[in-house]
Design a protein around this ligand. Structure first.
Ligand code: HEM
Length: 512
């Protein structure tokens, strides 16, 4: 028996040495510059992302400073830093897969977002896309505005009591209520919770913090989900929050699918999961309750944190730049004489200064910090003199384009004016810069929720600024509460629960 043990160890050592030799000297990516450790093993990435908590993307930035615009960032993966290449990689004609290793941390290959193969994705996207067209979103807009109104009503109640408002959480409550209304025709009711949805956020946050680890060990999520409740509670109480949250979404999907069709169809807007369950664009195996629950879960995840995060940053940016705030307020007061009657987002997005503030906030917020790695299974790709063989993962991060000084001079500053013509109108400059605004990604896998996201951004900023005007101010919020210091797919701030930071808090002064 001991002989077998020794033989196994020797075989493992030889196999690992041969694998390492192959990756370093024989692999088709040996001509791509980069640190040897990154070429050798995923553990290099894991060190930065797991141990140092979502730091690999910043390390990739440093690698580019040293090695140039293309770097081998993993055994089979390159990263490109070149703003002109983004639209070449992410477009409608390259039918690229998502990189399964990279996206495994989402644990959701059944959802449109997490689908790996381009051809499977195409079927799902064709079915899902129409519910997020600008026409469909315009139909849903009254519901968006009614949730925003509920937010400002609750803020007004806080003003009465001179209570600070944890807007970091409040915005997430609102985006969850909006997306859950659209997905299930049933709001999760976060905006009414006394804790401003802190428990809900904390569950998701635990999941995102775990995501670099589940990328290395993708089976972890299944293990957590299949554990008996008492065992999960014993091993990690935060995981229990995640299990409960997933169970709630499964339950809501089930309730919806068993609803009376007349009641669902009487809604003033389509209900996404219901419509998908009846869709002719999907084959039966795509319409099982399990897949629809996964889709619902993913839509909620994709729709709430991204939009909530952008709203948080946008509000902080305008409040911490009083000149911007006053200019915006003046434009809104002139365009909207009655603050109880906020026009639709299609009207709002034509207001030049508001438009510029929204675009600049999206640029500064970046959207996904992560490299969005893609694989061309069929053809080699080229970057300058470099051949990138078929099957290689290629990623780019919007972070580096957002900070490209050649495109956005003084890129670290918040300057809405950069989006406008010298006379303050919307014109050719906005068109040129839009090409480099990558918050929503681009191409076939670009954000399906972009129209809904814009509707929310315009509605919230306008409503909050127009209704509260000069009564609104920051409350004990510093840059360290707001800056994105972790890459957990989206850029994330320090925990906002007081343990590391406090998120965005504001005060609305009492009405005189
Ligand atoms: C400011 C808000 C938002 C930002 C910055 C944002 C950003 C992004 C980005 C960068 C991607 C590409 C991800 C990748 O390539 O892996 C994406 C995809 C996606 N987003 Fe958004 N998003 C926002 C709002 C929303 C909303 C409101 C929804 C609502 C449903 C949504 C649903 C999705 C879905 C389903 C995908 C996957 C699309 C596909 O693969 O076909 N997003 N989003």
């Amino acid at each position: 028996m001991p002989d077998y043990g020794i033989a196994t160890v020797v075989a493992l050592v030889v196999a690992s040495a041969a694998g390492a030799f192959y990756r370093l000297y024989l692999h088709p990516l040996t001509h791509i510059p980069g640190p040897k450790l990154a070429a050798l093993t995923h553990w290099y990435e894991a060190y930065y992302d797991v141990v140092k908590k979502g730091q690999y993307i910043f390390e990739i930035g440093r690698m580019h400073e040293k090695y140039g615009p293309i770097v081998r960032v993993g055994p089979n993966e390159v990263h490109i830093l070149d703003s002109e290449y983004y639209n070449q990689l992410y477009n409608m004609t390259n039918r690229l897969d998502k990189y399964d290793y990279f996206y495994s941390m989402m644990g959701n290959p059944l959802a449109t977002f997490g689908t790996i193969q381009a051809d499977v994705h195409r079927v799902r996207r064709i079915a899902l896309g129409p519910f997020f067209s600008s026409k469909a979103v315009a139909k849903f807009y009254p519901q968006v505005q009614s949730v925003v109104d509920r937010l400002t009503e609750r803020m007004e109640l806080c003003a009465e009591k001179a209570e600070p408002i944890p807007l970091f959480y409040a915005y997430r409550c609102m985006t969850v209520d909006i997306i859950s209304e659209y997905v299930f025709a049933h709001q999760m009711g976060l905006l009414d919770r006394a804790d401003w949805g802190k428990y809900f956020y904390s569950a998701w946050r635990s999941l995102w913090e775990l995501s670099p680890t589940t990328r290395q060990f993708p089976w972890m999520i299944d293990v957590i989900m299949s554990m008996p409740r008492w065992m999960t509670k014993l091993t990690d109480p935060r995981a229990l929050e995640v299990v409960d949250m997933f169970a709630e979404i499964d339950h809501q999907t089930e309730v919806l699918l068993n609803s009376d069709s007349k009641a669902v169809e009487a809604q003033p807007h389509p209900t996404v999961i219901w419509e998908l369950s009846k869709s002719d664009a999907l084959p039966p195996q795509e319409k099982t309750p399990k897949r629809l629950a996964v889709e619902a879960n993913s839509l909620i995840a994709a729709g709430f944190e991204t939009t909530g995060g952008t709203l948080t940053l946008m509000t902080y940016l305008v409040l911490s730049h009083p000149n911007v705030y006053q200019k915006l307020l003046a434009e809104l007061e002139q365009a909207i004489p009655d603050p109880t009657k906020i026009p639709g987002s299609l009207v709002l997005e034509r207001l030049p200064y508001l438009f510029a503030v929204v675009k600049e906030s999206l640029r500064v917020s970046v959207g996904a910090y992560s490299r969005l790695s893609r694989v061309n299974r069929y053809e080699a790709m080229r970057y300058k003199q470099y051949n990138i063989p078929a099957g290689t993962a290629i990623g780019m991060s919007a972070l580096f384009v957002a900070h490209d000084e050649a495109i956005f001079p003084d890129a670290l500053s918040f300057i809405p004016e950069r989006w406008l013509e010298p006379d303050g109108s919307i014109g050719a400059t906005a068109l040129r810069l839009e090409h480099y605004l990558l918050a929503f990604g681009k191409g076939a896998r670009g954000c399906v929720g972009i129209n809904l996201a814009y509707a929310e951004l315009y509605s919230v900023l306008t409503t909050v600024v127009r209704r509260f005007g000069n009564r609104l101010e920051l409350y004990k919020t510093e840059e360290r509460d707001i800056e994105a210091v972790h890459d957990y797919f989206a850029g994330m701030t320090r925990r906002p629960d007081g343990s590391e930071g406090n998120g965005l808090r504001v005060l609305v002064k009492k009405q005189k």
